[in-house]
Design a protein around this ligand. Structure first.
Ligand code: AMP
Length: 280
């Protein structure tokens, strides 16, 4: 499998023939959730670049960054199951941040203000800095992101639009464990009690989708009580936001689209998830 560390060499390789390029940006620690994106990218494109870069500026918590798993050998072997047209771009910090590790500053308006934007200050500036660079260097036709990070995907769409980067952004459904827990690189940090309790997150989200109430406080209370029944879990936030602007609301209209957004702490491990909810 081809692994590029320098963008110039990657560009030379990609430009050597006319082809449709797909990009799957990741931070490594590859798992079945990433596979959904890579498989779709392999179907749609002639060549698929999987970027693996643990971006320091999108970590607002230094301990989270320090313990984030990085194992290029295991990621390479994981990627060998896919088509031969998958290549890895694994740049170092010098390549991504030639003038020092600092993110650019963007104004995404309301979509960046709540949920992850509120609880992880600076996070989306860090994400956007790296994605802007990857899009400009690789010039992919298509780029693939997971619905699990719904707010992030909306940020990327806004970035792409505002800078006219001309990339088609493709959002892929959340891949889950058998009990519904959204697959994440961070799940491996859960101890067995936390892991077992974490299934309540998806269970509570599904119950909310079929509940007949429109009362926000009742829904939030139900989610917190269900999840925090286990003393291993603590709800960091519960919001229902309109998908147009990602502004949390507490009153709902029949014809508008909403999503539930949650973050739950299991010890030091943060789990996020989101689900569409309809109010008829
Ligand atoms: P990460 O390596 O965690 O930065 O994730 C890289 C990409 O994979 C992002 O677009 C994520 O939204 C996506 N992703 C991560 N986990 C999942 C999952 N369980 N299902 C679908 N997409 C995912």
């Amino acid at each position: 499998m081809l692994v590029f560390k320098a963008s110039e060499k990657l560009k030379m390789h990609l430009n050597s023939k006319a082809q449709k390029i797909g990009l799957v940006p990741t931070m490594g620690g590859l798992h079945r959730g990433h596979s959904t994106l890579i498989k779709k990218a392999c179907c749609d494109n002639d060549v698929v670049v999987v970027s693996i870069y643990v971006n320091p500026t999108q970590f607002n918590d230094l301990n989270d960054l320090k313990k984030y798993p990085f194992d290029i050998t295991s990621d390479k072997s994981f990627l060998s199951q896919f088509s031969k047209n998958v290549i890895i771009y694994n740049p170092g910090h010098d390549e991504m941040y030639p003038s020092g590790i600092k993110s650019k500053s963007y104004d995404f308006g309301s979509i960046a203000l709540h949920m992850e934007g509120k609880f992880r200050p600076g996070h989306f500036n860090g994400v956007a800095t790296v994605i802007e660079k990857l899009f400009k260097e690789i010039r992919p036709n298509n780029a693939y992101f997971g619905e699990k990070d719904y707010q992030q995907t909306q940020i990327i769409k806004a970035l792409n639009r505002s800078l006219n980067l001309d990339v088609k952004i493709i959002s892929c459904p959340t891949e889950r464990e058998d009990d519904g827990l959204a697959i994440s690189t961070r799940n491996k940090f859960l101890n067995s009690r936390q892991r077992s309790a974490a299934k309540k997150i998806y269970y509570a989200l599904q119950e909310l989708k079929v509940k007949k109430t429109k009362k926000f406080d009742v829904m939030k209370g139900f989610f917190i009580n269900t999840v925090e029944l286990s003393e291993d879990l603590k709800v960091e936030y519960f919001y229902i936001a309109s998908i147009d602007n990602l502004i949390p609301v507490e009153k709902f209209h029949k014809h508008k689209k909403y999503r539930i957004f949650i973050a739950v702490l299991a010890g030091n491990t943060r789990l996020i998830d989101n689900e569409e909810i309809k109010f008829n």
